[in-house]
Ligand binder design. Sequence first.
Ligand code: GUN
Length: 293
Amino acid sequence: MQLLDGKLLSENIKSELAAEVDQMVAKGAKRPHLAAVLVGENAASQVYVQSKIRSCEQVGFKSTLIRQEADITEAELLKIVDQLNQDPDVDGFIVQLPLPKHIDEERITLAIDHRKDVDGFHPINFGRMAQGLPAFLPATPYGILEILRRYNIETAGKHCVVVGRSNIVGTPMSILLSRKGYPGDCTVTLTHSRTKDLPGEVRRADIIVAAIGIPQFIKGDWVKDGAVVIDVGINRIEDASRKSGTRLVGDVDFEAVAPKCSHITPVPGGVGLMTVAALMMNTLKACKKEIYQ
Ligand code: GUN
């Protein structure tokens, strides 16, 4: 069993980006600029956004963090989105999800200029991705493609089972892995809470992408010998043996699954760090106008 080291890969990607930014800036180009909007006090969101801002520093991007109270109105948030859309210095921006219940996430996502949508959540980017056109790819699936690519994992003709059909991970992942080319050309099964015999479906997989948001959901006897396992989950569970009283686990029962598979991503240190690296790649593309002129 080989660990798919998201920490190492994300550091490699960030070094590559930093070198490119140095070169661009030395030639007089503008420094890439990512803005992040964080609403409320969600603890996980605060950690994720801090990690994005810290990564900007590491790669030499300018970053702006816009923090707002949880009681901000939808209209006020839309105004911030519009200002970021209009700001010529901002290449790309994200609005960290989830948002408070009184704000319609779909309305916010639709308001973001698709040319600055470095999360790849706007339907224009989603539709272009589905058609194989140049698009900002959603950061988590993009990070997973980079893991497969950088570890030279064969995908053509493989049976991939994606567990979870969210708009930001499961559904785009199923589309990307079924697209033509590498990493792709998989035969994909997209499973969800209404799937009959989920263990049976997962057992058929050469590649498993677990993105269901339930701690240690995928069990050892659901996994075929030699499967590649990509664990998207980041769940905090109680653990009395730790000083903090908690620890992070994925959507896969790592202890039981790891001995059976050929490759597996750890949690932490796997997909999460690659999501941030992918966001940095998208921000550079936005600055270079690689996707949209
Ligand atoms: N919440 C969980 N994942 C993400 C992400 O990739 N982007 C944003 N904006 N919010 C998230």
